[in-house]
Write a protein that binds this ligand. Structure first.
Ligand SMILES: NC(=O)c1ccc[n+]([C@@H]2O[C@H](COP(=O)([O-])OP(=O)(O)OC[C@H]3O[C@@H](n4cnc5c(N)ncnc54)[C@H](OP(=O)(O)O)[C@@H]3O)[C@@H](O)[C@H]2O)c1
Length: 333
């Protein structure tokens, strides 16, 4: 390999937004280390739902981020910036990034690194990164859920869902999930969910009210958005929190505002990727204190559905699109 270049998954854009652009592995410039950064040789990264949008030109990277896809990585440090203390070459690390995970090497601020615990492989660590960060940030830091409260998670069998069920359960939160098949619901119960609702066959809002004796839930982790909003406001308790992290069910809707007022609800929008370096550094510190020990002890575990070699990235994206997966899809070099 030319020392100044590296292989990476590259999107061949047609220029038309929404097209299913082709992916190919090509030689691109190696990222250059800045003084507060390290270079990580990536051994594994995961596929996230957002990647499917990015390849179609519908989710561009934030200003200053790598244009290479990939929101997480697990690998070994190969180079350390001049201001970095506490990290050495060969250390095994994982974490989140606003872009670049699908490259063989990625530049990451040292303050965003998490050490890979001895009980996790590179594949496990890649599977944990984006989704455990997302679940932790939104359930605990944004919604400030407390033990004994009830949480509704849609798509419990997703990457984010499988992480959220386990983290909530570890904090003695009662979890209700939805999923689109009986098999996925069963597996969510095994991960720690108390109740499962098949959203394709049942009215989830009516089921939630029945399961909670009409009281509703304290927190909803929502990436459906518009099509569920009216129901969500209806099934939230007084002072309930809705954390909106995606829009798979549409972007526009109309609601009656009195319910927000009278129940003193909070609707919180949250995107991990566009947080500033400083915000991410604070999040990484909190994650290292709270979530890393749970991963280390095996109390929570990333759920890996399937591992694909990086040259099968198209297959991995098609598999996610088909929606049969439970947990994470991981790409390896
Ligand atoms: N804002 C952020 O910072 C952030 C960060 C990470 C992820 N996200 C978002 O979180 C979501 C999950 O990401 P992922 O990578 O874990 O995706 P994923 O594994 O592909 O999962 C998508 C899930 O959505 C569920 N779903 C689809 N339509 C549904 C509906 N109408 N009702 C209930 N569930 C439905 C699916 O359930 P079934 O398969 O059971 O049908 C599936 O489990 C995505 O929207 C992603 O963009 C946001």
């Amino acid at each position: 390999m030319n020392k100044q270049r590296m292989p990476a998954v590259v999107v061949r854009e047609t220029g038309k937004k929404g097209d299913w652009n082709e992916l190919s592995i090509e030689e691109v410039p190696l990222p250059q280390v800045k003084q507060d950064e390290v270079i990580v040789q990536v051994h594994a990264c995961s596929v996230n739902r957002a990647d499917l949008l990015q390849r179609r030109g519908l989710y561009p990277p934030p200003l200053g981020a790598s244009s290479i896809m990939g929101l997480d990585f697990a690998g070994t440090i190969t180079e350390v910036g001049s201001n970095v203390e506490g990290w050495e070459p060969w250390a095994k690390v994982f974490g989140i990034t606003a872009g670049g995970g699908y490259g063989r090497y990625v530049a990451v601020p040292a303050a965003h690194l998490v050490p890979i615990p001895a009980n996790l492989s590179f594949v496990d660590a890649a599977a944990a990164a984006e989704v455990f960060f997302t679940a932790f940030l939104n359930i605990f830091l944004e919604a400030m859920i407390e033990s004994g409260e009830t949480l509704l998670i849609h798509g419990g069998g997703s990457g984010v869902g499988t992480a959220a069920i386990q983290l909530a359960r570890a904090a003695a939160v009662r979890v209700i999930v939805t999923a689109g098949s009986e098999d996925k619901l069963q597996r969510c119960l095994e991960l720690g969910a108390a109740h499962g609702i098949n959203y394709k066959e049942q009215d989830f809002a009516a089921e939630v009210l029945e399961l909670t004796e009409g009281r509703g839930v304290d927190v909803i982790l929502d990436w459906i958005g518009a099509s569920y909003l009216e129901k969500h406001l209806r099934i939230l308790k007084t002072r309930g929190r809705l954390v909106l992290i995606g829009l798979m069910g549409g972007t526009r809707t109309e609601i009656q505002l009195p319910v927000v007022l009278t129940k003193r609800l909070r609707i919180i929008g949250s995107v991990l990727r566009s947080q500033s370096d400083k915000e991410k550094a604070a999040l990484v510190r909190a994650f290292t204190d709270w979530v890393l020990p749970l991963l280390e002890s095996g109390k929570v575990r990333p759920v890996v559905d399937r591992v694909f070699p990086i040259d099968k990235v198209e297959e991995a994206h098609q598999y996610m699109l088909a929606g049969e997966h439970f947990g994470k899809l991981v790409l390896t070099w």
